[in-house]
Design a binder for this molecule. Structure first.
Ligand SMILES: NC(=O)c1ccc[n+]([C@@H]2O[C@H](COP(=O)([O-])OP(=O)(O)OC[C@H]3O[C@@H](n4cnc5c(N)ncnc54)[C@H](O)[C@@H]3O)[C@@H](O)[C@H]2O)c1
Length: 236
């Protein structure tokens, strides 16, 4: 698809900023959204894109973002947080659990609610890129609410793709492993992840997963189907 107008949430840094920069370099008009006003201002100045301070967990703010980005044909619902407590699920404080779900799952839901009706009404081809995580496809020990929320994001993206089948609006689900950003500090470069995600958008592929982890995703599904106890995922 020809991307002329894009919106990226969580664009103040990391993967979102890399997505925005790549889209801008290709000549698209890009609107950046982030809750971090300073990071957002710096990114928008660097990339040369419009900025709309936005908390994705706030449905009204996401409606305002959609109003500020008319004609968006690519919407990247990318903002996410880890949360302050990465221990076992029953020890995570309620407010931490709730905020991780409000941002990671609620942010995608609010984005879909704000943008999908507008995209369908336009009748033009469009695409939604949703950032989940490898932690939404396999289960590592610990991580607090984060991996649980990312499993929900995977299901939300699948539900959305099924519901939009046969419409001009497609869906791609980005499930990165470790990426060198403020969230992780090691792993793949954000620009490489952004390039892989945008290639999948153009090719109409649903999932983007690190090649070395695909066998682990299959083993996880086989364990679930067979009744075996969960195992710690590994790439080999
Ligand atoms: N870095 C990794 O290793 C990794 C791996 C898998 C998935 N991811 C996912 O990639 C996405 C981007 O993460 P990143 O690694 O670039 O991290 P990052 O922390 O560099 O960027 C996330 C951005 O989201 C913004 N943000 C946080 N809460 C927000 C809110 N409520 N509303 C709007 N913006 C908000 C932050 O201010 C930040 O700019 C997230 O969904 C994350 O879960 C990251």
């Amino acid at each position: 698809m020809n991307i002329t107008h894009a919106v990226v949430t969580g664009a103040g840094g990391g993967i979102g900023k890399a997505l925005a920069a790549a889209l801008r370099a290709e000549g698209a008009h890009v609107v950046l959204a982030d809750i971090d006003a300073a990071g957002l201002a710096a990114a928008s100045a660097e990339i040369g894109a419009d900025a709309v301070p936005t908390d994705v967990a706030d449905p009204a703010a996401m409606e305002a973002l959609a109003d500020a980005a008319p004609g968006a044909d690519l919407v990247c619902l990318n903002a996410g947080i880890v949360g302050g407590d990465v221990g076992v699920p029953w020890e995570v404080a309620d407010d931490d659990w709730d905020r991780v779900f409000a941002v990671n799952v609620g942010g995608v839901r609010n984005g879909l609610r704000a943008f999908v009706p507008r995209m369908l009404d336009s009748g033009r081809p469009g695409h939604i890129l949703i950032t989940a995580s490898l932690a939404g496809l396999v289960t590592f020990p610990g991580g607090g609410a984060y991996p649980v929320s990312k499993h929900a994001v995977v299901a939300l993206a699948e539900q959305t793709a099924l519901a939009l089948d046969g419409t001009p609006v497609g869906v791609t689900l980005l499930c990165p492993g470790a990426v060198r950003t403020a969230m992780m500090h090691q792993g793949e470069e954000p620009a490489d992840v952004a390039d892989a995600a945008l290639a999948a958008v153009r090719e109409g592929r649903f999932t983007v997963t690190p090649a070395e982890w695909r066998a682990a995703v299959t083993r996880r599904a086989e364990r679930l189907a067979s009744g075996a106890h969960p195992g710690i995922p590994s790439p080999s």
